[in-house]
Design a protein around this ligand. Structure first.
Ligand code: A2P
Length: 319
């Protein structure tokens, strides 16, 4: 298994299990199946609403002696309703309580969008539930993240859904630099400029929705959306290698030096996804896939851009 190496030498396995959209009733078995299949990296978030069940599964594998805490890489994310500096540690402590852990390996600011604390772990039902980035700047949120790191509750800290500009602004003002940017990435959204910028800053990247998130919520489904898992080019490459389309997509992400977190709650697919580590795509395959880029977001963030709030798609992605 490929690893991403951090500045202090810590290693994050390139393929992790995604848990977004995994029902609380399914995720317990999924995490146990994944760890038995050899996964050592689980990607979580408070907003996924399933951290208590992930925590129970982790306790189970520790108690059964299948793996030790220090052999796992656990990522979680700060929800948008806790962006004020003094709200960050309490939010992380709740995640740690749910996951039954003393620390997470990586803690990320989930979105560059701030909500009032009263929204809780959910989505806002109106423009009045937002806080603008002038009211709660990302640099303020980051101070809370730095504190989490200094107190040893998060071994590494980073961001998610951040543009090059937002990272540049953060880097100028921070004491501890972000070490990760987790964004949507797949052959239809290759993010080449962001990947090379993060590389130049020594910031790792993780690809979410690597399979095109066919099970994404209705709020993010457009009628004319392409279906990545049905892409003919990906299927012809898969056929050549005697593997599945999902495996080509995962292998492509690893080949670019990013981490990748395919979500599955099905034990066979969980196994299949980690087995992607064995597939070697050729230079020709990589070139063919490079040509598929269409800068298409399955998760376009439109749910943050409400009429009468201070967020727009342009201000979200800076493009
Ligand atoms: P399931 O959980 O039933 O396996 P993404 O990681 O891009 O968000 O995609 C997740 C979606 O892809 C889920 O619907 C998941 O379903 C499905 N999926 C995960 N792994 C595979 C696979 N190897 N083959 C086909 N579909 C998969």
């Amino acid at each position: 298994m490929e690893n991403l190496t951090f500045k202090n030498g810590d290693k994050m396995p390139a393929i992790g299990l995604g848990t977004w959209k995994s029902d609380p009733g399914d995720v317990y078995n999924a995490v146990i199946a994944a760890i038995k299949s050899g996964y050592r990296h689980i990607d979580c978030a408070a907003i996924y609403g399933n951290e208590p069940e992930v925590g129970k599964a982790l306790q189970q594998v520790f108690n059964d002696g299948i793996v030790k805490r220090e052999e796992l890489w656990i990522t979680s994310k700060l929800w948008n309703n806790s962006h004020r500096q003094e709200e960050v540690l309490p939010a992380l402590k709740k995640t740690l309580e749910d996951l039954q852990l003393e620390y997470v390996d990586l803690y990320l600011v989930h979105w560059p969008v701030a909500l009032k604390n009263e929204v809780g772990l959910g989505f806002p039902d109106g423009a009045d539930k937002f806080l603008s980035l002038d009211e709660v700047p990302l640099t303020e949120t980051w101070k809370g993240m730095e504190q989490a790191n200094q107190e040893g509750l998060a071994k590494h800290i980073g961001v998610s859904n951040f543009s090059k500009k937002k990272i540049q602004d953060l880097v100028k003002a921070c004491t501890i630099k972000p070490e990760m940017n987790q964004v949507e990435m797949h052959p239809y959204l290759q993010q080449k400029e962001l990947v090379s910028f993060c590389e130049s800053e020594g910031i790792h990247m993780t690809a979410y929705s690597p399979l095109g998130s066919g099970d994404r919520p209705a709020r993010s489904k457009k009628e004319d959306a392409p279906v990545l898992m049905e892409d003919k080019t990906i299927h012809s490459i898969a056929k050549k290698h005697g593997c599945s389309a999902a495996q080509v997509l995962i292998s492509w992400a690893v080949n670019r030096g990013t981490a990748v977190i395919p979500k599955s709650v099905n034990p066979e697919r969980i196994q299949q996804n980690i087995d992607s580590a064995k597939i070697n795509l050729s230079e020709e395959d990589l070139q063919t896939i490079a040509d598929l880029d269409k800068h298409y977001r399955f998760i376009d963030g439109a749910f943050w851009a409400m009429e009468d709030n201070s967020y727009t798609l342009e201000s979200l992605w800076n493009e």
